[in-house]
Design a protein around this ligand. Structure first.
Ligand code: CTP
Length: 408
């Protein structure tokens, strides 16, 4: 369930070409069942129609502090009603007024009276964003700690120029808002997540690996951090970035991952509260990797690689976990029918002695942004509708939280 469901969001639009994307943001917020109150500044009105915003949100568009149809102080009433304020797009002028603490229009007065999070998605020409005055305002707002910036991003802007100033995409803006409103019910909990593939060396330049991107594990780490957990990600080689606040340990091989995990979770797995093994750990490694690059020689056959088994890290945790040890969640990447996938996952749940297995089809999951998974626990199996990895990560953390509560 989205943290936006049933929440009230003021969606304010200031005057930039990216204002057309605010319409998409409104639609995404409505899809997540938020109540959306649109606010337009005078320049925002030039870029997007009030009828479009009120049509999508089902609410009257607010524009004026002196709205004759509203008897009281409209800015305070809106600030009271809003669980969050989202400014999409936020112009250089709006940031300047915000940094100065002005209250010269409805939006400025409303953000000054905000009681919940205020998120701004800047959008402007890269030269405007880079200008020392804009950067000074951004630093002031950062230091005040009352607004969260979403973007801007590097890319093409309306003029066709390329640089930093392009507004973040609607989905990313809505996800940032979801994060800001997520319940912080894992505060004080220690969550360890593994992610990505492992690379098992053949020689100094070659390795055995797999196509895991690490996206799922990083999305889970983010979802855990959003709920307030103290998160460590143990990552194999991946291009993913950990957001600030998440401790990251980079490893290459399965044995390095095992050592990093052991150091974090302790002998009987009681130094962590939840461990989620999303890494695609290589099952085999080369028995003796060559210390020098293997050369091909015209007169010799291809070399044979002797493989040995890697330890099963998750099964190792399951076997040595004390009764008060961490909740363990594993993944199962399988091929076959839905029923076969569930049957394999159930077998893994038992053999690895874990609390839950997140099962998916190999073809659905690897390297993509979307996936379809089933949760398999001692209570049964359930397929979830296909969704983005970010959304599934939220569901997986909800499941882990439920399992943690059931034990304490
Ligand atoms: N796993 C692990 N250590 C390994 C292999 C896998 O900890 N050496 C973990 C994975 O992180 C995942 C779960 O075990 O959470 C399932 O891994 P998977 O590769 O699907 O299953 P296997 O146990 O390797 O079984 P099989 O290859 O027979 O499907």
């Amino acid at each position: 369930m989205s943290s936006l469901q049933g929440r009230t969001v003021v969606l304010a639009v200031t005057g930039s070409v990216a204002a057309y994307k605010a319409v998409e943001v409104a639609r995404l917020l409505k899809k997540r069942r938020a109540r959306v109150i649109p606010v337009l500044t005078r320049s925002g009105e030039r870029f997007v129609g009030a009828v479009t915003l009120s049509g999508i949100t089902g609410e009257a568009v607010r524009r004026d502090m002196w709205d004759p149809s509203y008897p009281g102080e409209l800015h305070v009433a809106l600030a009271d009603a809003a669980d969050a304020i989202l400014v999409v797009p936020a112009t250089a002028d709006f940031l300047a007024r915000l940094a100065e603490g002005r209250a010269d229009d409805l939006l400025a007065a409303l953000t000054l009276s905000a009681k919940g999070p205020v998120l701004v998605a800047p959008s402007m020409h890269p030269r405007m964003w880079a200008h020392p005055a804009t950067q000074r305002n951004v630093r002031t707002l950062d230091a005040d700690g009352r607004v969260t910036f979403v973007g801007p991003e590097h890319g093409e802007v309306a003029s066709g120029d390329i640089g930093l100033g392009r507004m973040a995409e609607p989905e990313a803006i809505v996800q940032a808002l979801e994060a800001a409103l997520a319940p912080r019910d894992l505060t004080g909990m220690r969550v360890v997540v593994t992610a990505g593939p492992t690379h098992e060396p053949i020689d100094p330049v070659r390795f055995l690996g797999n196509t895991s991107s690490g996206k799922m594990g990083f999305a889970i780490a983010r979802a855990a951090a959003e709920r307030g957990a103290d998160v460590t990600i143990v990552a194999g080689p991946t291009a993913e970035h950990a957001p600030p606040g998440i401790a990251r340990v980079d490893v290459r091989t399965a044995l390095e991952m095992q050592a990093a995990l052991d150091a974090r979770v302790g002998v009987d797995v009681t130094d962590a509260d939840v461990v989620i093994m999303a890494a695609a750990v290589a099952d085999f490694r080369v028995a003796e990797p060559a210390t020098r690059k293997i050369k091909k020689r015209p007169d010799e056959e291809a070399p044979a690689l002797e493989l040995v088994k890697n330890p099963d890290l998750l099964a190792g945790l399951g076997a040595r976990r004390a009764s008060r040890g961490a909740v363990l969640v594993g993944f199962a990447l399988e091929t076959g029918t839905d029923d076969e996938v569930i049957a394999y996952a159930k077998a893994k749940l038992a053999s690895k002695r874990v609390d839950a297995i997140v099962a998916n089809h190999a073809g659905d999951a690897l390297g993509t942004d979307h996936s379809r998974v089933a949760f398999v626990t001692a209570h049964g199996a359930e397929w979830l509708p296909g969704a983005s990895k970010a959304k599934l990560a939220g569901e997986i953390m909800a499941l882990a939280t439920k399992l943690l509560r059931a034990r304490t």
